[in-house]
Design a protein around this ligand. Structure first.
Ligand SMILES: Nc1nc2c(c(=O)[nH]1)N[C@H]1C(S)=C(S)[C@@H](COP(=O)(O)O)O[C@H]1N2
Ligand SMILES: [Mo]
Length: 411
């Protein structure tokens, strides 16, 4: 949170988020007197002066940052999770990954073709799609490469760099099942190709069971039309599946009985395994969590009370438990889960904690309703090998030094 610079410095204590303890506060009566004596600020700006679309306060500076080889995907930008509140990511801070830039698409000219193994091939305009019954769901979206730079050693200096390729929005659109039923899908159809209308022509094979389960074509995010970089005017949403499959600028769906083995499926988004095989079609982003505050790059302001706060999520279902350790993994406490706790959605957790001022390491691990428990790096290496890139969901450790400095460590 940006430092508050009101004209009365004593009021700052009320405004500061998070870390300050209340020791330095004046008595309520003294403050009440000061506030009453202050002259009014006079008239502020109106929305007519400020522009009709809302702006943030000039004191709020949180922003996405560029990912790089060390910290995240190239051509991507990372969400500042360290400043996040609740479970929703503001649209302007949603992480973004593109393989060929963000196209400018006029929605009045955009069309969605659905063809292949269907009774009726169809082309839908955006107007056509708006006429279908709408659905809205809170869902996280995570790039399979979230934390790829962390695989062999801790490198990110903040949680934005280690985990910033996950975000959570309320998405609105049409259930894919409804659209496919409208066309009549051949009973032998097992796969669906989704293609984006960007320079990269991103194409991914989606299993038909998922298309008929909770997949959607979405045109809105957090109550307004999609942001250009999130796929305006239309994107595919395959909840819980790796980010790459959520094809943006969606303009074509082809129904088939086989997967396509497209470029992205066999190169970037396939995972080398310890047995020298390659795992392709690794869909679900498995359960993961991270403490967002306090986290690397922050500094604790002396011993005392802190609320540990973070996010848990699972592409396979709902978070049932997040445990936090404040003593290097020796003992674990159950964190509070903030309502609503929804499937395939970020879940905010918290734990009250009093720091004794001694050096320690804090971490979180989550469990989902399939019984899956977030692994340690050692456990993950056994399953996925020591030099993977995608699907890093290991437990994240933050080291707290005696001076309160927090850094990214492995153990
Ligand atoms: N058409 C198209 N869709 C795409 C991409 C792309 O480059 N082109 N990038 C994918 C990747 S790798 C990810 S992680 C998600 C990211 O979605 P977001 O940018 O809305 O966060 O979009 C996916 N959909
Ligand atoms: Mo991605």
């Amino acid at each position: 949170m940006t430092k508050n610079t009101t004209k009365n410095p004593t009021r700052r204590h009320f405004m500061q988020a998070g870390m300050a303890t209340s020791a330095a506060l004046l008595s309520g009566t003294a403050i009440a007197q000061e506030i009453t004596l202050e002259p009014s600020r006079g008239a502020g700006q109106t929305v007519m002066d400020m522009g009709y679309y809302g702006k943030r306060s000039e004191y709020v500076k949180d922003a996405r940052m560029k990912g790089d080889r060390g910290t995240g995907l190239i051509g991507g930008s990372l969400t500042p999770l360290q400043h996040g509140q609740g479970m929703v990511t503001p649209s302007g801070l949603h992480f973004e990954v593109h393989h060929s830039g963000v196209p400018v698409i006029d929605p009045s000219e955009h069309k969605l073709l659905i063809h292949g193994m269907v009774e009726d091939e169809k082309i839908f305009t955006m107007e056509d799609l708006f006429r279908f019954p709408k659905e809205s769901h809170f869902r996280f979206l995570e790039c399979a490469g979230n934390g790829m730079g962390e695989w062999t050693s801790p490198r990110g200096q903040t949680v934005q760099q280690t985990h910033g390729l996950t975000s959570c929005s309320q998405w609105t659109g049409v259930s894919l099942k409804v659209l496919l039923n409208e066309l009549g899908v051949n009973t032998d159809a097992k796969w669906l190709l989704a293609e984006g209308d960007d320079g990269a022509r991103m194409t991914r094979s989606i299993p038909m069971w998922k298309a008929l389960d909770d997949a959607m074509v979405v045109y809105a995010q957090n109550g307004e039309f999609l942001r250009a970089e999130q796929g305006f005017p239309l994107r595919l949403l395959v909840p819980g599946f790796e980010g790459n499959m959520n094809v943006k600028w969606l303009h074509r769906l082809e129904v088939s009985d086989k997967p396509w083995w497209t470029h992205h499926e066999v190169t970037e988004y396939a995972d080398p395994r310890p047995d020298d095989k390659i795992r392709a079609y690794s869909f679900e982003m498995e359960a993961r969590s991270v403490i967002t505050s306090p986290s690397a790059g922050m500094k604790l302001n002396g011993p005392g009370f802190y609320e540990i706060s973070g996010l848990g999520w699972s592409g396979s279902g709902t978070v049932t438990k997040v445990e936090v350790s404040t003593d290097n993994g020796n003992t674990w406490k159950k964190a509070n889960l903030e309502a609503p706790v929804l499937p395939k959605c970020h879940t905010r957790f918290s734990l009250p904690w009093t720091w004794d001022g001694k050096e320690t390491t804090i971490m979180s691990r989550t469990t989902d309703d399939t019984g899956y428990i977030q692994p340690t790096y050692e456990q993950m290496y056994k399953l996925q090998g020591p030099i993977g890139m995608m699907h890093n969901n290991a437990i994240q450790n933050w080291h707290i030094a005696q001076d309160g400095e927090i850094t990214n460590v492995r153990s």
